[in-house]
Design a protein around this ligand. Structure first.
Ligand SMILES: C[S@@+](CC[C@H](N)C(=O)[O-])C[C@H]1O[C@@H](n2cnc3c(N)ncnc32)[C@H](O)[C@@H]1O
Length: 192
């Protein structure tokens, strides 16, 4: 959890505030890390005065802010999942699953920062993989940890999981866990 790492770094003297618009995510976060001040809110209209913080960090969320969706590269498991979601849950839900990949082009990502008045943003690629205890758990976490939490019924989530069991079998390792390639872009910028 990103805020936990922030808390570790600021030590006793500092203060960490975490924001999300998903109440379920906040409830889990507050249980996991009670020493952070958790706030419900939208990153598009932050409930804070300008210049309230020394450092602002965001992990795996910026992609949800713009409402455009592009093809998925370098994340084959998600590509398969989005195809299933189109059939089982409709285009709108599938677009939410594809949203984390809309900023996959590092040049476009850098331009986004420059265009919003944050000059000198540096984009670096981190090649990694993600691991979940099972396919079913992967689907549950994807749905409950995203705006899909309010869009899909439990039946729709189970239909998605049932078809994904077969379709994602190539990523299941002998322990029964699922391990899929997943690259990430890290953006860093100074206060200017
Ligand atoms: C993949 S999760 C990442 C959660 C956390 N940042 C982390 O790294 O553990 C994406 C989160 O972004 C949140 N989110 C999406 N759009 C948002 C917005 N406009 N404002 C605030 N949070 C948003 C979702 O509710 C979800 O909890």
């Amino acid at each position: 959890m990103l805020t936990r790492e922030a808390l570790r770094r600021v030590g006793q003297e500092g203060q960490v505030v975490g924001l999300d618009l998903n109440e379920g995510m906040l409830a889990v976060a507050a249980r996991t890390e009670p020493n952070v001040e958790w706030r419900l809110g939208d990153a598009a209209s932050l409930p804070f005065e300008d210049a309230s913080f020394d450092v602002v960090v965001s992990q795996f969320a910026l992609m949800y802010f713009p409402d455009r969706v592009a093809p998925i590269d370098h994340a084959r498991g998600y590509e398969i999942l989005v195809d299933i979601a189109v059939r089982q849950c409709g285009r709108e839900a599938a677009d939410v699953l594809a949203a984390p990949f809309v900023l996959g082009d590092p040049t476009e990502l850098g331009k986004l920062y420059a265009g919003s008045g944050i000059p000198g943003a540096k984009v670096t690629l981190h090649e990694g993989s993600i691991r979940f205890p099972s396919v079913t758990e992967f689907i549950r976490i994807e749905v409950k940890g995203s705006p899909l939490a309010d869009m899909l019924s439990d039946d729709a989530m189970q239909a998605l999981a049932a078809e994904s069991e077969d379709a994602l079998v190539e990523f299941v390792v002998p322990s029964g866990e699922i391990v899929m390639p997943m690259d990430a872009h890290i953006v860093t910028a100074g206060k200017g």
